[in-house]
Design a protein around this ligand. Sequence first.
Ligand SMILES: Nc1ncnc2c1ncn2[C@@H]1O[C@H](COP(=O)(O)OP(=O)(O)OP(=O)(O)O)[C@@H](O)[C@H]1O
Length: 948
Amino acid sequence: MTRMTASDKSKKQNRPRSRSAQRASSAQAVEPQETSWHKALLWLPRALGKGVRALTGSERYDPAYSKDGLCFLLLICAILFCASEWFRVQGPLGKGLHWLASSALGLPSVILPLVLIWAFWRLIAYSGKDSGNGHSLGGLCLLLWSVCSVLDIVMIGSIRRFDLRAIQGSGGLLGFALGSPLAWGLSRVFATIIFALIALFALLLIFQVHIDTLISPITRSVDRKRQPAQPEPGQTESELFPNEVRVGDDTLALAPGVPTHEDDQEEQDTLAAPAKTSWFHKLFHRRRKGEDDAKLDHYEADDPFDRAARIHADDEDALDPADSGNERVYHEPAFVDTTAVDAASSGAAVSAPTEQIPATAASQSATPVQAQVSPAELSGVGAQDPWAAAAAAAQQLESASQAEQEGPAQEPGDHAPQADQTGQAGSTDDPQAAQNLSPYVLPSADLLVRGKPHAAKTQANDNVIQALQSTFHQFDVDAKVVGFLRGPSVTQYEVELGPGVKVEKVTNLQRNIAYAVASSDVRILSPIPGKSAIGIEIPNVDREIVHLGDVLRSPQAQSDDNPMLTAVGKDVEGHYVTADLTKMPHLLVAGATGSGKSSFVNSMLTSVIMRATPEQVRLILVDPKRVELSAYAGIPHLLTPIITDPKKAAQALEWVVKEMDARYDDLQFFGFRHVKDFNAAVRAGKVHAPAGSQRKVAPYPYLLVVVDEMADLMMVAKNDVESSIQRITQLARAAGVHLVLATQRPSVDVVTGLIKANIPSRLAFATSSSTDSRVILDATGAETLIGQGDALFLPMGQAKPTRVQGAWVSESEIRKAVDFVRTQRKPQYRQDIEQMAKQEEQKKEVAEDIGDDMDELLQAAELVITTQFGSTSMLQRKLRVGFARAGRLMDLLESRAIVGPSEGSKAREVLVQPAQLQEALAFIRGETSSMGEGEAPALEQDQAQTIS
Ligand SMILES: Nc1ncnc2c1ncn2[C@@H]1O[C@H](COP(=O)(O)OP(=O)(O)OP(=O)(O)O)[C@@H](O)[C@H]1O
């Protein structure tokens, strides 16, 4: 059997190689570099092993037997010393052993058999890298040494010479080595104290506890006595952290099989460490590299409203990028968008004049008037996002204070039009400009938790190998496990068949194998791509969590500064998997409830926050479940408050279509094929707006639209959503617009053929049936996944899906990252998205009361307006309709202010002139929101609106 070491693994991870090459080499036996010492020491056991193998006919070297051999050796030694030390057997061997043990250890030689038995038991019971055997055995040796030294000091510390008999009757040579010299040079009392402390440390090692664990109950009770309760009276911990899923919280019903992340507990505790720590705690609290107390303190107050208040209060204390040495600092060109939103509201394409002016210039023209945020804006935004309201309020306050500094306010009229034009909620020139002036700092990856190193092998793997071998043996199949690749949640065991053995003999054993390893989620790959071997994937009973921080810190993520690079997780070989969202270019994420979709979406969004500035990536988040994405409210990457209403989401998708069209028009106009090239040219100063145009060109950020539950959208507006998605997915790639659609209902009515055909990249989490798996992947397999982030990833262009364990990011880490960016900038929402949504609603309302009578109503309007005669009987005659119908048409005309109210038997007054006929008809059709709007001049194409 072959296996690889952890260091080989890490070397492999750093080297980009083809998958098949990696696979081929990964399972090969890799001999560690041996020194001549190693060879000399291992010569005897190896020769013995060879001899035994030659005798038994077994040709293969099995490392598991070397451990067994060591255990037996320890047991034999224990029995020998038991005979010599306890029973004092008088044979020459017994005497020799006693002389040896007592010379080495002195009196404690009597416990030598017990020590050996204890070592034997530990080796049997625990094995692998995480067994802690090294610590325990090291601790035991240290304890033995201190006991021997203390005995030496107490019993013969006063004799200043070498007397072997006396040494054998006290602490042996081990104790004499340092005990006597210390007693002579320091006094017996102090020497004893030193060894007592060493013994205490040895006990900590043996029981694998840390000193702060021991003293923390004491310090906590001292702290509690010194400081009254931290939270407000009546405020429980769960009230402080309402969104956090707590370990051991019995009131929270978790999905079946949800891990408790106990391993994370220590890290979580660290994250949520109290802001005020005692001096004792500070002294002994172990820190990890990169851990920052300020960050931990920052984390205390969790409630969004508290935070909003804090930002409001100390906005000026915004993070100073110079403080954080290891963060990447981005100096993006700062622009203030002065988009004419009402142009978009005309309904004539989203193209609206956009003026990007340098922030410095904008800041010079700052006025308190521009800072005013209308109540409508506040309510519109604040209804969904408490942050936006707080941000707007903060801006108002700031502007007010600035107005005081600058002297008397300028005439409102001077700036009112510009204020109207600002297409962003709460966008004020000055605070925004001030914000834009300060460079945006990306959060440091150290903000995220570090996971344990990847274990290449554990005892659990050995157990499974044994179970597999015995299953093959029982069913008389000539096959053997020749190696395995341990992933975070699943291990792939590599099985080689004997000559002439059919592959089916192993694949038919799937259920028996599942029985033998006590897991229903066994997946067989025949063959492993690029290898003549069968792969049996079996879930690890000791699965690992793949922390997002580790994926983002991996060399492959670090070496790529693409802002749209997102962490996916780790594959079964233990390699980190990342994905470039721009290459997807759209992604469908599906899986049964509790399978890990939302966790993936969280990892993806946190990746974006950690790696991209708001100038590089803007987000539209659709969260019909209302709670899944609420943690991201108020981040500067958002283009609109998080959309929770499925109807609005459908309209936002329509907005995206229009934005995409506008981008395409730009690309076409300036002669570029991809938004990347366009942006590069803009940054190089090679793109100029046409002469006479007021527009200033700015780079387009990537636009990432994330829909957390697509089924809800499809329920309210299937056709609209489908056609928007179709249009976006067909064209959006070159325009830098990318969609990520997640659903827990991967059925054909949600993931329709049309959507599937246009979304080439898929990420399938565990599904409840193979039918669902087929809907997502066009193949079975997802039904055998084990949930909790176990997924099959099929990026565009790949023939077979890769099994990955999704990256995990805890609620606490998300909050940390979100807080970091939220305190730097406020979101600049695009109001035209909301306006468009409102218009669409109005249109629908209009259409509702007219129903199927639109054609007749338009005819009636034309008749009434051209003849300027508002008579119901005229309508009856000309349109050949009954009295009731004509009366209804007249009422509809009245509701649209085309005719006046009824005046008994007299004809109604006509309120619209014949010259306004077209306008009135457009209004009835719902193409304009009011009469007179249509008179606005059509917008120039070159004034297409940009997002900045
Ligand atoms: N990558 C992961 N690593 C470890 N555990 C995970 C991972 N992803 C999910 N889990 C576990 O599975 C649970 C459910 O995950 P999640 O909420 O993401 O599922 P979901 O598919 O979004 O469910 P729903 O559709 O009901 O919202 C999580 O609470 C977590 O304990």
